[in-house]
Design a protein around this ligand. Structure first.
Ligand code: GLN
Length: 277
């Protein structure tokens, strides 16, 4: 089988994936250990028998619905290659909006102390730690296996300014005052029909779903954060496309000021924040 023939098998994914060409090219690149540009420069090259067998196995897994990130065991976030596992959320491009906003909020603060709650792969914490060498980042997850995964990602990237702790939201966070608290908590309504479609079927419910129509964990974080923020510190949250108003309301009711939201790349309200005065 040639590279071009393998690429043509993207049609097998058209019913299932929004990005069949990207999916097939990522699987193929892994099998032949070459960058994506190679696929377009050398379409006539033949796969070895071993490469072809692996490609067909990967493709069968994708056709069965498995996310590309799980098949490859890896996903890039903020241009950092991160190991992923079925125990965590697969990092999403929209969450990079939260990183961008966090970096803007930290402009002018030297040596900021940052807390990332429910870090999963460590995506947000690692992006911030890599951009701000002067920052001290603490990231938590309630699962010790997930903490170990985030630690492996940190060590693979050689970042030394990130510490990890096993904690159920604030239960085991040291009593410190942070300049910025960030989180992408579970926020999907348990009755949301999207939970039975596409890649999310392979992600853990614990990382996706929250009670109270998806608001329970967001509310818990908003309630507790002021006990862990310096005066003038900020809380920055990712939330569902239709939760902006509820999150702004919860932030204002708790006493946060300068409450605002921002859209994601798809034009939906996706992040909101407030300042603790
Ligand atoms: N944005 C994700 C989705 O819609 C959910 C992420 C989350 O619950 N934190 O699939």
């Amino acid at each position: 089988m040639s590279i071009a023939a393998a690429m043509a098998m993207r049609t097998r994914l058209s019913a299932l994936s929004d990005s069949p060409e990207l999916d097939v090219s990522l699987l193929l690149c892994r099998c032949i250990d070459k960058p994506r540009s190679y696929l377009y420069s050398w379409p006539e090259r033949e796969l070895t028998a071993e490469q072809q067998q692996q490609f067909l196995q990967f493709l069968a897994r994708r056709i069965a619905g498995e996310p590309i990130a799980h098949i490859l065991g890896e996903r890039d976030f903020w241009s950092l290659p991160l190991a992923v596992s079925p125990l965590t959320l697969i990092p999403r491009p929209d969450t990079e909006c939260l990183v961008e906003r966090a970096l803007e909020m930290l402009t002018g603060h030297e040596n900021p102390l940052i807390l990332d709650l429910g870090t999963g792969t460590g995506a947000i914490a690692l992006a911030l730690a890599s951009e701000r060498a002067d920052a001290e980042v603490l990231a938590s997850d309630f699962s010790s296996e997930v903490v170990a995964l985030a630690q492996r990602n940190r060590d693979a990237l050689g970042l030394t300014n990130l510490q990890l702790v096993c904690s159920n939201w604030f239960s085991d966070i040291p009593r410190k005052r942070f300049n910025l608290i960030v989180s992408n908590p579970p926020y999907i309504d348990p009755d949301d029909p999207h939970l039975s479609q596409g890649d999310v079927r392979f992600e853990p419910m614990s990382a996706l779903v929250a009670a109270e129509g998806g608001m329970a964990d967001l509310r818990c974080i908003i309630q507790e954060s002021p006990n862990y923020l310096v005066t003038g510190g900020e809380l920055l949250l990712e939330h569902g496309y239709d939760q902006g108003e509820l999150v702004r309301q919860a932030l204002s009711e708790r006493g946060f000021t300068q409450v605002a939201s921002q859209l994601d790349y798809g034009g939906n309200e996706r992040i909101s924040w407030g300042r603790w005065q």
